[in-house]
Design a protein around this ligand. Structure first.
Ligand code: SAM
Length: 396
């Protein structure tokens, strides 16, 4: 398991210049490193934040300054936080000064900082969905600048953090504790700590925990800063090559057969492409349900193991999906995004996509005749055609 701090790059040394405190700090002194590691392990084992780690002597403080200088250059600093509720000033980083002051702790230093500022905020950081090389420099800098990292699964995220030599303590924020964990995040922000939020993979809040914490943090008056990056849905869409201009992100369909059928039926009239997430143990039944309940001539994209070794993107008519999956065991393995393209235009109908959309909206609220009449008035399409289509929709 890599424990070495990541050496700064040559170009950073050059940019920082000889007078900058960060320019010589490519290595954390061994004694302080041992101390930090010891506390880090305790924090991970207990699945809690270890504030003691922040009190470690900071012989590595210059390395931290260099890190923040890098963050400044890639654009994490310089935002003006609102801090409506807390009155806590942004945390800054001292640029000049000593290499090691015995007894001076990270906590003291933070109180003393006054120049570059990476504001106290919740940094929502997207992480790779399979290939660690997909993390961006701003996301890495946010993780490096974080005092504490809230993650779905601390052990899982520790692999990522170890890979990049990031040593911030981590605590769990998952679907079963999100409310309490959000309170913890707010307490940390109020104490002047920068907090990063990550999920196991991809973008937090997208079929992952995060939304409740983000809402609570914002309601408490703190900034929420998104660090964009990988998401399986967008990755799959980017390589799907579909003509649809609109898509609807559905995420996971219900696991229970009845509820799943109902959910698919409700989506049948949507003219946008539909984007689903699915787990390997349900992929066959979900594709079979989609093929049975949506038009089988619609295009299906099966995007499997994106950005990983066995990545596969297969495009076929939806009706062929079940047979394609059944043909080879490997096709049912891994992580899946399914995309069902929008329905083909109805050649025999005068009701185009826009009129259909308006009609659908009105039908949800009004009787059939009235909905058709209003839809005709709004779209300028023939009332009779809209009424016929409304009867079709109502009749299933
Ligand atoms: N937050 C994540 C995102 O932004 O994409 C999604 C998390 S959700 C719990 C996990 C699901 O995303 C998987 O079951 C799968 O459907 C999809 N997924 C994640 N990584 C994937 C990959 N590398 N290839 C295909 N699908 C993936």
């Amino acid at each position: 398991m890599p424990r070495q701090p990541v050496p700064r790059r040559q170009d950073q040394s050059r940019l920082l210049g000889g007078g900058d405190a960060g320019c010589r700090a490519t290595k954390i002194a061994p004694s302080a490193q041992t101390h930090l590691d010891k506390h880090r392990d305790v924090a991970v084992a207990a699945n809690q934040i270890d504030f003691a780690a922040l009190d470690a002597e900071i012989a590595g403080d210059n390395a931290q300054s260099a890190r923040f200088e890098h963050a400044r250059r890639v654009g994490l600093e310089g935002r003006t936080p609102r801090h409506g509720g807390s009155g806590v000033p942004p945390v800054g980083v001292r640029r000049g000064g000593d290499t090691r002051i015995p007894g001076l702790t990270a906590r003291h230093r933070m109180a003393d900082m006054n120049t570059i500022s990476i504001p106290v905020a919740l940094y929502v950081v997207a992480t790779p969905i399979g290939n660690l090389g997909d993390i961006g420099p701003r996301a890495l800098d946010a993780l490096r600048a974080a005092d504490v990292i809230a993650c779905e699964d601390t052990r899982h995220t520790r692999h990522l953090l170890d890979h990049f030599g990031i040593r911030a303590p981590a605590f769990a924020l998952h679907e079963h504790n999100e409310r309490e964990a959000a309170e913890k995040v707010i307490t940390l922000l109020a104490a002047g700590k920068r907090v990063a939020l990550v999920s196991d993979a991809g973008t937090p809040g997208i079929s992952d925990p995060g939304a409740k914490a983000v809402a609570a943090v914002r309601a408490a008056g703190f900034d929420v800063v998104p660090l964009p990056g990988p998401s399986a849905a967008i990755t799959a869409l980017s390589a799907a090559g579909l003509a649809d201009e609109r898509f609807l992100f559905v995420g996971f369909l219900p696991a229970k057969v009845g509820a799943r059928g109902t959910a698919i039926d409700e989506l049948a009239a949507t003219t946008a492409a539909l984007v689903f997430y699915e787990a390997p143990h349900r992929i066959e039944e979900t594709v079979a349900d989609l093929a049975a309940r949506l038009q089988p001539s619609r295009t299906l994209v099966i995007a499997r193991e994106l950005s990983k070794r066995f990545e596969q993107i297969a495009v076929m008519p939806l009706g062929d999906g079940p047979a394609w999956l059944a043909a080879e065991e490997n096709r049912r393995r891994g992580e899946f995004v399914l995309i069902v393209a929008g329905p083909p235009p109805r050649p025999d109908s005068e009701v185009d996509a826009e009129a259909e959309r308006v009609l659908q909206l009105l039908l949800a609220e009004l009787p059939t005749k009235q909905a058709a009449k209003l839809a005709a008035a709004i779209t300028g399409r023939a009332k009779n055609a809209l009424y016929a289509r409304a009867l079709e929709i109502k009749g299933g």
